[in-house]
Design a protein around this ligand. Structure first.
Ligand SMILES: [Zn+2]
Length: 669
């Protein structure tokens, strides 16, 4: 080995260890020791060395989190120790019975301690570490055989690729829950809505759907996190208590919950459960119950298992946020991409403090699978502050007068054929100039996160389309005062404001223009990634599928969708007309902005702009946007109705600023 090569090898080892250490500090312990800039410099140095010496890349290198090609399917793997489910309980009485059974089996007078954990609504996962290095991540599956999702598990930044030696775990298997925080889900759903994709019904589906993505790059783009709660196997001595297992996992760099408590009696456990019922909405992720475990491992072993559950642990489930109401009708909406979506119209009902009148039914298969009929009494659920769902019909309440729903095969708006392609759950109106689609596309184009044309909402768009003034987005830029003069309810002054607002949108950046085009699967973040890596609309238009798939954050599906969009001559014509109208088709040259390296956090609603616009202002000025208050946070921007982050920010003595101050910082005021 040459000297340079030896030095590189040693330095790579050093950098991997340092970066892993900082990852734990940042993602697991919420207490970073260095600035994001210093961190980025370490990663950059590592990447440079690795590209010069590709054969020296370590498997646990943080640069290898997203790696490997998309899979055809997930290999099946057998668990080292079966992953059993827990028995469920729904009332204090059932827990008292559980406690009595434990005491009876262990013998009278024996002291029992219970460790009590939050039950997160996510996806169970088992990680295998060999010589301290993460070698396998698997889903629970049927408990005996699960799916090997290692390449996706590696993309979760809070999961250590190598365990820290402090915990004394080298060859072991640990279990935990992969979940999607509420904020992340809300953002992802918003993005999916904008990209014309179906929304996730709840955090569990979102986590499961993300970890089961065949393309690790997609999994990497999803806001996933994980907590660990079981040491199922370790080489050498097993700790004597569950509490110690948790502590050793924590010392090894695995993220463990700060809300775990230990109690000496079931009475105390019940008080704790009661106190969490009201607290559970404010912790940033969805929990559906509490898990109670006997602390002593030797007691656990003596208690053993029934045919399906351990006798030393039980889950307590909180009542779900569900209500019954009548399904009055099923309406069919036509979206921007022509997708027909059945929507449940409900008798208004209060669920968790919110009046629910509509619920999504996703697609026709879903309606058929649940056997929902118009007129049914139905169970409706709201989970994780997401859109309400119809869970099932109440069959006992059926009178025989209910009607089956049939998905129309013609578009309910324009009457064209609505076609369902193979491998698709969705039926789409084939008519690209379908008024419903045109309306939705234009409304999307003008929306706050896209071209942000104030005053041009769904109502005005409908008027413009109905009067034949606008057929496509580029027509907006040709409108004259006389065009608007005859529209109902538009005074001269407001027509001038509308034209000014349209004109002002010429100033929007390339990312917004790309997003505004409404390409399927291209949400806001994707649009920003495309603008960043291609730099101009022209280059994006001519990008090959291969170039697209090499772009960071862009998967195969998105790449194909972008290709398809620009392969269509109508779409190319639209882009050409927008170019002639004077829209920005180039990304600004990057430069160090005034907020270089500063970390911002937003809570509450801003008056003058949407969240994504505010975030893009931060990033275009060189700053970064965080998702929770940490030591690295520099500014917390508070809008109306701020959430719990404000209290945390005050507690941590962070610089809290209002919207005006923020606008001044980014030079908008
Ligand atoms: Zn149509």
């Amino acid at each position: 080995m040459t000297d340079g090569r030896m030095q590189a090898k040693a330095r790579i080892r050093e950098l991997v260890d340092q970066i892993s250490h900082h990852d734990t500090k940042y993602f697991v312990e919420d207490s970073p020791e260095i600035s994001d800039y210093e961190y980025d410099m370490l990663v950059k140095e590592l990447r440079d060395l690795e590209s010069r010496y590709p054969d020296l890349v370590l498997p646990e290198s943080p640069t290898q989190r997203v790696s490997g090609k998309p899979l055809e399917e997930f290999p099946q793997v057998e668990h080292k120790v079966s992953m059993l489910s827990l028995g469920n309980s729904y009332s204090p009485d059932e827990l008292k019975e559980f406690d009595a059974r434990v005491h009876k089996l262990l013998g009278p007078g024996e002291r029992v301690e219970y460790v009590v954990e939050l039950k997160i609504d996510g996806l169970g996962i088992a990680l295998l570490y060999e010589d301290g290095v993460l070698t396998r991540g698997a889903t629970r599956g049927d408990g005996r055989v699960g799916e090997d999702v290692t390449s996706n598990v590696r993309t979760i930044r809070s999961i250590p690729l190598r365990l820290k030696p402090e915990g004394g775990l080298r060859n072991c298997e640990v279990r935990g829950e992969v979940y999607m925080p509420t904020d992340g889900l809300r953002r992802l759903n918003k993005e999916r809505e904008a990209a014309g994709e179906p929304l996730f019904a709840n955090p569990r589906n979102a986590a499961a759907g993300s970890i089961r993505q065949l393309d690790p790059r997609i999994a990497a783009s999803r806001p996933l996190d994980a907590y660990f709660y079981t040491l199922s196997y370790t080489e050498g001595r097993m700790p004597s208590t569950h509490e110690e297992c948790l502590e050793r996992m924590r010392l090894s760099g695995l993220r463990t919950s700060p809300h775990t408590r230990k109690f000496g009696s079931m009475e105390k456990v019940l008080e704790h459960i009661a106190s969490w019922e009201s607290k559970r909405d404010g912790i940033g992720y969805e929990i559906d119950g509490i898990v109670i475990k006997v602390n002593s491992i030797s007691q656990q072993e003596r208690l053993g298992y029934t045919s399906k559950d351990p006798r030393w642990a039980i889950a307590f489930k909180y009542p779900p946020k569900q209500m019954t109401t009548r399904l009055v009708d099923i309406q069919v909406q036509v979206g921007r991409t022509g997708a027909l979506t059945p929507v449940a119209l409900l008798d208004p009902v209060q669920i968790g403090g919110v009046t629910v009148t509509h619920a999504t039914l996703h697609n026709e298969d879903e309606v058929a699978r649940k056997d929902l009929r118009i007129g049914d009494m139905v169970l409706v659920e709201r989970a994780g502050e997401v859109i309400p769902q119809v869970v099932k019909p109440i069959l006992d309440k059926r009178t025989g007068s209910e009607r089956k729903f049939k998905m129309p095969v013609k578009c309910p708006v324009c009457g064209s054929d609505a076609v369902r392609e193979e491998d698709e759950a969705v039926r789409r109106c084939v008519n690209a100039s379908c008024p419903a689609q045109v309306m939705e596309r234009l409304t999307h184009f003008c929306s706050r996160d896209a071209m942000d044309i104030e005053g041009v909402g769904p109502a005005l768009v409908a008027q413009l389309v109905d009067n034949g003034l606008v057929k496509r987005a580029s027509d907006l830029y040709r409108l004259s005062p006389s065009d608007l003069k005859d529209l109902e309810g538009i005074a001269e002054k407001s027509s001038r404001n509308i034209l000014d607002a349209i004109h002002a949108s010429l100033d929007r950046d390339l990312a917004r223009v790309i997003f505004a085009l409404g390409i399927r699967h291209v949400g806001w973040t994707t649009a920003a990634a495309l603008a960043g890596s291609f730099g101009s609309m022209e280059r994006l238009e001519d990008a090959s599928e291969e170039e697209l798939s090499k772009t960071e954050g862009i998967g195969k599906v998105v790449g194909e969708s972008v290709r398809d969009f620009f392969a269509n001559s109508e779409n190319r014509r639209l882009v050409e007309e927008l170019r002639r109208a004077g829209l920005r088709m180039e990304a600004p040259k990057s430069r160090a902005g005034p907020l270089e390296g500063k970390v911002f956090l937003f809570t509450g609603e801003l008056k003058s702009m949407g969240r994504s616009e505010a975030e893009s202002l931060v990033s275009s000025s060189g700053g970064k946007v965080g998702s929770s208050v940490t030591k690295a946070t520099d500014y917390v921007v508070v809008g109306e109705n701020p959430g719990s982050k404000l209290a945390k920010a005050r507690q941590m003595d962070k610089k809290v600023i209002d919207e005006d101050a923020f606008l001044r910082l980014v030079g908008k005021k």
